[in-house]
Design a binder for this molecule. Structure first.
Ligand code: HPA
Ligand code: ZN
Length: 348
């Protein structure tokens, strides 16, 4: 581990968290749609919303569990119609990410939310991909796309979605699994994930957000995913904790999401520190920042304050984010060198 002066005062921790380069590996790009942009796009596209204004929409963001959020999240996405809408949404996210020193991002997107409304796969992927290309050029943020299957829908529909995406295979790095977890175990998607694996796509899945540790086991052993999104319920299963640590399976943890969806009653009770202290490759991410009240840096600073983590945890989390990313080895090394340089700066 990187050595830091024991003298780094806690007062400098927020500045370190802000300044350190980091990767974001768990961001649903539709979850970055701020109410202001939802209303602007609704007007541009002539879509009517069941909320009078931005304040009325924002005041509906009082969630009790995952499903209560998903209902509003899918309604918000209904304003996305044209390629430029997808571009504008992602571009707004990249500007916020860059301000938090996110230097690499792997974006989830939910094509079925859009194709079900008659928006083509081409429109979705081309808009998002163009934003990724421009983020690298204009903001120095490298980015790639992970296409998610909605797990409340059937495996047959996932296969159809994969088929529609194949012409754009080169614009997608991997496949994920999201939406309502409980009652929709990973093994429901065994065959389509096997096909994606044959196609050389990288694999991840949400598991152990609200669902039981068994879903993490089957995501690993049946779907053969490389990272687990959320995974915080692993703490209930000692054998699973050992497996995750031994195989260096990254967990893309989203503290403010867990707080807002009542996975933990308050941030002080979040288990991120226990996961790290048990040797798991945890990372910090924002999930759906427009809905959960914070982008990357808010997730870091609020969680560090609530659970009492220090600069060593900060280094581990940032380093884990690069190591768990789907960047090539040379790229990972370059980012880790930048991380080390940043910490060097804080030694003085
Ligand atoms: N969990 C499952 N599905 C989602 C989430 C989440 O946190 N965010 C957007 N879709
Ligand atoms: Zn998520």
């Amino acid at each position: 581990m990187h050595s830091l002066p024991p003298t780094l005062s806690p007062a400098r921790l927020p500045a370190l968290l802000q300044a350190m380069p980091k990767a974001e590996l768990h961001i649903h790009i539709e979850g970055s749609l701020e109410p202001e942009l939802i209303f602007a796009l609704a007007q541009r596209n002539g879509v009517s919303l069941p909320y009078a204004d931005v304040e009325a929409l924002r005041s509906a963001y009082a969630f009790t569990n995952l499903q209560s959020f998903l209902d509003i999240y899918y309604a918000g996405a209904s304003v996305l119609i044209q390629e430029q809408d997808f571009y504008d949404m992602a571009q707004a996210y990249f500007v916020k990410a860059a301000a938090d020193n996110v230097v690499h991002a792997e974006l989830f997107f939910d094509p079925q939310t859009h194709t079900a409304r008659g928006v083509s796969m081409e429109t979705v992927i081309n808009g998002l991909h163009r934003a990724c290309v421009d983020a690298e050029k204009e903001l120095g943020v490298s980015a790639s796309l992970i296409m998610c299957f909605l797990r409340h829908l059937s495996e047959k529909e996932a296969f159809e979605t994969l088929e529609q995406a194949l012409p754009y295979r080169d614009k997608i790095i991997g496949i994920g699994l999201d939406s309502g977890e409980v009652g929709n175990p990973p093994e429901k998607f065994a065959r389509v994930f096997a096909r994606c694996r044959e196609l050389g796509l990288r694999l991840v899945a949400h598991a152990g957000e609200e669902g039981p540790p068994e879903y993490i086991w089957t995501a690993l052993d049946v779907l053969k995913v490389e990272r687990i999104d959320h995974g915080v319920q692993a703490i209930k299963d000692a054998a699973l904790m050992q497996r995750l640590a031994k195989d260096r399976i990254a967990l893309t943890v989203c503290p403010l999401s867990n707080l807002k969806l009542c996975v933990f009653p308050d941030l002080a009770q979040h288990n991120l520190r226990q996961l790290l202290d048990a040797g798991l490759a945890a990372t910090v991410n924002s999930d759906d920042p427009a809905y959960f009240g914070g982008y990357m840096n808010a997730n870091f600073t609020q969680t560090f304050a609530a659970v009492g983590m220090d600069a060593h945890h900060a280094y581990t989390l940032a380093r884990n984010s690069f190591e768990a990313s789907f960047i090539d080895d040379a790229g990972k090394s370059r980012y880790i060198d930048r991380l080390n340089d940043c910490f060097e700066g804080f030694r003085r």
